[in-house]
Design a protein around this ligand. Structure first.
Ligand code: GLA
Length: 387
């Protein structure tokens, strides 16, 4: 829990609106393995982390909503009628998107005041967007007694992103952020939206994230393009989603699709299998095998699905050469952001020192290192602060 973040949000809210707000904490996420499988109704293995968005929210006396983004020092005011997506609206679209999706369900909300901020580095692939969406829908659900279940809330968040931000994302980020379990990763079936928690305790090893601190342009376009390719191949295969196809099915239509699309679809089918294997290896405490799957997943993301970039590849290559790192791969949507590494405890410092230096030398960019704890999903904070 980032106490100073919470205090800054409370102070900013009380200063502006002179009332006591409801406080929501909504975490970012990591993903052990399983990228781009979610919108193929496949499997993913994410976990909520101890980096989050904190939102303070209360009803307003005015006939408009006031939203203050503390980290950007930006205020946005809007009315609840005729909500549209805003061109270059940035964070505003997550807010209006959630509000509009609630309204589309026929639920009534009134004007509200909101202050939010967080410590999830943006562009790092740690899902600050899903955390923000979830914090808003969770807060509005509370203050207007909307009676939404968590499962309904994550769909509202996801549709806000589809329709008001323009990214046709899957459900992984919103799910992990909302349903996270302390010390656990969730093996999530993105078809049934059912998850099984797996305790993450690596004994002599730990998870280390390295942020490339790059985000290549057109990430959204590339993301939506990957989804389109998957849907196109699934249609040709005559299955609802690639989740339903086998490698053999794919071979049968190989002559009808480009080599590029073939490799992309093959990656998804193989990645789904890797996720299930990874959960099994974690259960058996076979960390070496789990790590190997991470390296394999990276190769697939790099060479078949083509969502990596030279900075991510470099970090994974360096990690691979280090005998104290038993697994590493790019994490999240791709084209920048973090790698996730499984590193031997006693060698963590040595590893991060060497890899940061090598990265800086190669690209003249500073990387960032994050140590994370696996945390609980979106929740109310006030009970802690009223003690
Ligand atoms: C982004 C999306 C998720 C998922 C990942 C890739 O984070 O929001 O739905 O597709 O990329 O696994």
């Amino acid at each position: 829990m980032n106490k100073s973040l919470v205090e800054n949000i409370i102070n900013a809210f009380e200063e502006r609106f002179q009332t006591n707000p409801l406080l929501i904490n909504s975490p970012g996420r990591i993903n052990i393995i399983g990228e781009h499988t979610d919108y193929n109704e496949g499997f993913v293995f994410p976990a909520a982390i101890d980096k989050s968005i904190v939102a303070a929210i209360a009803k307003s006396d005015n006939d408009f909503c006031s939203v203050y983004a503390l980290d950007n020092d930006e205020l946005y005011q809007f009315q609840l009628e005729n909500i549209q997506s805003i061109k270059n609206g940035n964070w505003r679209n997550y807010i209006v998107g959630v509000v509009a999706q609630i309204q589309k369900k026929g639920l009534k909300i009134e004007p509200f005041n909101l202050v939010f901020g967080g410590d999830i580095p943006s562009g790092a692939g740690l899902s600050s967007s899903a955390a923000l969406e979830n914090s808003i829908v969770f807060g509005l659900n509370e203050i207007f007694n909307l009676n939404l279940s968590k499962s309904e809330m994550i769909l509202i968040s996801q549709h806000a992103e589809h329709n008001y931000v323009g990214v046709k994302c899957g459900i992984m980020d919103q799910y992990a952020s909302m349903f996270g379990v302390t010390d656990h990763a969730l093996l999530l079936d993105c078809r049934t939206h059912k998850a099984k928690p797996y305790k993450v305790y690596f004994k002599d090893y730990q998870l280390v994230l390295i942020n490339t601190n790059v985000t290549h342009s057109l990430v959204d376009v590339e993301y939506n393009d990957r989804r389109m390719v998957c849907e196109k191949v699934a249609e040709l295969l005559n299955v609802p989603f690639l989740r339903d196809a086998s490698e053999e099915d794919l071979v049968d239509i190989k002559s009808k699709i480009s080599e590029d699309d073939y490799q992309k679809a093959l990656y998804i089918i193989q990645e789904n299998k890797r996720v299930l294997k990874a959960a099994q290896k974690m259960q058996e405490n076979n960390l070496k095998a789990l790590g190997e799957l991470l390296f394999e997943a990276h190769s697939g993301a790099q060479l078949q699905f083509k969502i990596s970039c030279k900075e991510l590849d470099f970090l994974v290559e360096e990690a691979k050469e280090n005998p104290n790192v038993i697994g590493a791969r790019m994490m999240g949507g791709g084209f920048g952001g973090c790698t996730i590494n499984i590193v031997k405890n006693n060698y963590v410092n040595e590893f991060i020192e060497n890899i940061s230096k090598a990265y800086k030398k190669k690209f003249d960019i500073e990387s960032s290192i994050y140590f994370i704890k696996l945390s609980e999903g979106t929740h109310i904070l006030n009970h802690i602060y009223q003690e």
